[in-house]
Design a binder for this molecule. Structure first.
Ligand code: CTP
Ligand code: ZN
Length: 149
């Protein structure tokens, strides 16, 4: 191993979240609700060299395959993340996360009087993506703008 590299073993079955902006890996884990108490085997690499990004973070989770909702949550803090599905040590699928134009139940409207914040109303938050960088959404119910990143 040369100086300046950090080697972490390959995983057998699970998910590698690659190309996370440097320093955001813990935000991704928090959004996924992974605290370490789930007993999942997780490797987190922070600020490692990347051809494309200069520096990046990587998360490897043994035995976990992500749901669509979890992929959307990752896209909130790591819009260019690559998801690698590993099976039997091989990369079986590789794709980029991508937020749809309309997101449901992903971000909350900051307007406390918005109908999507009323517990009695069976209304899920719905937002339209209006800007990529910085990421911004508009509440479909009250028009309030939410900035995420
Ligand atoms: N990986 C892993 N365990 C495996 C296979 C791959 O942890 N059994 C990790 C690699 O270490 C890498 C990522 O999954 O961080 C993607 O693997 P691969 O596609 O082989 O690497 P690259 O070609 O460098 O990926 P990209 O072109 O997307 O940057
Ligand atoms: Zn609203």
């Amino acid at each position: 191993m040369s100086s300046g590299t950090l080697t972490v073993s390959k995983i057998m079955n699970g998910t590698v979240i690659d190309h996370i902006p440097a320093g955001r890996a813990l935000d991704v884990l928090r959004l996924l609700g992974i605290t370490g108490k789930e007993k999942l085997r997780v490797a987190v690499l922070m600020n490692v060299e990347s051809q494309k990004l200069g520096r990046k973070d990587i998360i490897k989770i043994e035995g976990k395959f992500l749901e669509a909702k979890e992929l959307d949550l990752i896209a909130l803090v790591a819009p260019n993340a690559t998801i690698n599905i590993i099976e039997n040590y091989e990369v079986k699928k590789k794709f980029k996360v991508r937020l749809p134009e309309i997101v449901e139940d992903l971000v909350r409207c900051p307007n406390t009087t918005c109908i999507s914040n009323k517990e009695r109303e069976p209304v899920k938050p719905r937002h339209r993506k209006i800007r990529e960088d910085p990421l911004e959404f508009e509440c479909l119910y009250c028009g309030t703008i939410v900035r995420v990143s």
